[in-house]
Design a protein around this ligand. Structure first.
Ligand SMILES: O=C([O-])CC(=O)C(=O)O
Ligand SMILES: [Mg+2]
Length: 591
């Protein structure tokens, strides 16, 4: 029988044939056991109740000193713990105290990662209760440094690594992951980590960090989150020469080889987890980011955080800022430094919002938006040589090389930095913005802090306290002439956790741009009078779970309206429903 099959298959695998005949086990066969033939291997999963030593070593269930007397008896923990029984609150106090002893941010990051590996609920309790203090530790800016040094500080693997070595076996690799039910994947190929460039396999810090925010900020259960790094090599010579580098030591695969691996990955994910797993692309280089989004947005539930998430957050800040600046979006003129994923993604969403609010056609709306890239202002005479995602922004104007000259020529009311290059909003640029506008809106979005186009202090002092400022990475409040300015953090972290929750809770199968607009409106409406008085156009992160519930509700409402939601009937109160879906990190009692 087997030899007949092999003859019949002409060398193709039995799985291929099964696929073609449409008899594959498909998504229901999550272990691949039905579809495997006798000569194919499957994973021998076992499930058992954790107890004793293994319970203490299981981060999902470990509670450390918080195991009660009864639990210590029932779960064979006697003697494995010292006599004292602590509350989670006391544990939290202790860990926060210990963390604050570390002066070096990277040590805090490592301590937090160790905690996540040791006691997951305590990790999330800390992150949720101390979000303003800990966000810069597990996320930008520290996560950037962690990725740069990832090999050196590597202890235990986190997430799933899919490299060129796994070509042809990606489905099996997915089955190696211990959780079977996955709702969100954040995936990177490490080619453009924040504004730090190609960090190859060490980009893993980003999916891990983003997903910890999915849980802490958006309330998505940790067990349904899967961080993935696709390793196709790196062109970063420093890493290739680094003996501690953890990735493939080869130059990046490109072209067909790259596309095939990604195609196998996308198919395997859908096959293994079904239609409703959200795949968030993160920190891919421009060319791949745009292509992957265009290629998969009609067949998969995909979301590019750098193009779409950043756009939604920045648009929210712009909508909110109208209370301070006056006018409508269509009355403003926007100038970007940087015409990559973030720049063009934001530009497109601003134009879309203008068309939704007015009768202005998209082509006209785009004319209010100008972009500068490394070669200068994007103008129509350059159109032939422009990458396709820049072409819509090539307006009629004479060539301008420098940003400062573009500011003087275009006279923007809003200046947005998405260049990935630090210190590019010079004193001259900020002063020019301030001379053109009573309240210049300046956003320095590049991450981490070292790549910010200018600092909060520079924006306020150079504009003599007139600028409204927001940045991608956080800055401390700034004192200027007796006033305290608190800047907002225009980071996609405001939106993606709530956005993802909205999609998951409604069973939405595709991302639609109108859902991004809904998220922007929801976030903008959370800015209070008190925030405006301090000069901020984003709410503080302290209330982020409440904000995420609102974003989730608005995104879900839009999905239902568009007929893209599959969870029926639609809950009548979506905010309440979102809140009820959210993970809480309090310990549970064990029977
Ligand atoms: O990770 C962040 O802080 C924001 C982001 O997506 C990026 O800079 O690529
Ligand atoms: Mg990113």
């Amino acid at each position: 029988m087997e030899s007949t099959l092999k003859e019949l298959t002409n060398g193709e695998s039995v799985l291929d044939i099964k696929d073609k005949c449409g008899v594959a086990g498909g998504v229901e066969d999550i272990y691949g056991e039905d579809r495997a033939t006798e000569d194919q291997t499957i994973t021998p999963w076992t499930f058992s109740v954790a107890s004793g030593y293994s319970l203490l070593r299981d981060p999902h269930y470990n509670k450390g000193l918080a195991f009660t007397e009864a639990e210590r008896d029932a779960h064979y923990l006697r003697g494995l713990l010292p006599p004292t029984v602590s509350s989670q609150q006391l544990q939290e106090k202790k860990v926060m105290h210990n963390l604050r002893q570390y002066q070096v941010p990277l040590q805090r990051y490592m301590a937090m990662m160790d905690l996540q590996e040791r006691n997951e609920r305590l990790f999330y309790k800390l992150l949720i209760d101390n979000v303003e203090e800990l966000l810069p530790v597990v996320y930008t800016p520290t996560v950037g440094e962690a990725c740069q040094k990832y090999g050196g500080i590597f202890r235990r693997p986190q997430g799933l690594f899919i490299s060129l070595k796994e070509k042809g076996k990606i489905l099996e690799v997915l089955k190696n992951w211990p959780e079977k039910s996955i709702q969100v994947i954040v995936v990177t190929d490490g080619e453009r980590i924040l504004g730090l460039g190609d960090l190859g396999c060490q980009g893993m810090g980003i999916p891990v960090g983003k997903l910890s925010l999915y849980t802490a900020l958006g309330g998505v259960r940790p067990s349904v989150c899967l961080p993935i790094t696709i390793d196709v090599g790196t062109n970063n010579q420093k890493l290739l020469d680094d003996e501690f580098y953890i990735g493939l030591k080869q130059k990046r695969a490109t072209g067909q080889e790259y596309a095939e691996l990604l195609e196998e990955f996308m198919s395997a994910v859908k096959q293994n987890y079904g239609e409703k797993v959200l795949i968030q692309f993160e920190d891919f280089a421009n060319h791949n980011a745009f292509e992957l989004l265009a290629k998969y947005r009609t067949t998969h539930l995909v979301f590019n955080d750098d193009i779409q998430g950043t756009a939604s957050v920045v648009l929210a800040g712009l909508i909110a800022s109208l209370k301070l600046l006056g006018g409508t979006l269509a009355d403003h003129t926007f100038l970007f430094l940087g015409a990559g994923e973030a720049g063009t993604g934001i530009a497109e969403l601003i134009a879309l919002e203008i068309t939704r609010k007015t009768s202005v056609p998209l082509e006209e709306a785009r004319k209010k938006i100008w972009l500068v890239d490394s070669k200068g202002l994007i103008v129509s005479s350059r159109v032939e040589s422009l990458q396709h995602f820049k072409k819509p922004w090539a307006h009629d104007h004479e060539p301008v090389k420098e940003l400062i000259d573009a500011v003087k020529a275009i006279k923007p009311t809003v200046l947005i930095g998405t260049s990935g290059v630090g210190k590019t909003f010079t004193k001259e640029v900020v002063e020019a913005m301030a001379s053109l506008n009573p309240k210049p809106l300046i956003m320095a979005l590049s991450n981490p802090t070292s790549q910010a186009e200018c600092t909060a202090e520079e924006a306020y002092t150079w504009s003599k306290g007139h600028a409204i400022f927001a940045s991608g990475s956080p800055f401390d409040p700034v004192e200027f002439e007796g006033r305290t300015f608190v800047s907002g953090q225009a980071n996609n972290a405001y939106v993606f956790p709530g956005f993802g929750l909205g999609i998951i809770m409604s069973g939405t199968i595709r991302v639609h741009d109108d859902m991004l607009l809904a998220a922007s409106e929801a976030l903008a409406s959370e800015v209070t009078e008190d925030d405006y008085l301090k000069g901020r156009i984003y709410p503080p992160f302290t209330n982020i779970r409440k904000i995420s519930a609102h974003i989730a509700a608005e995104v879900a409402a839009k999905a239902y309206e568009l007929g893209l939601a599959t969870r029926l009937p639609r809950p009548s109160d979506l905010v309440k429903y979102a809140e009820s879906c959210m993970y809480t990190p309090l310990y549970r009692s064990y029977r």
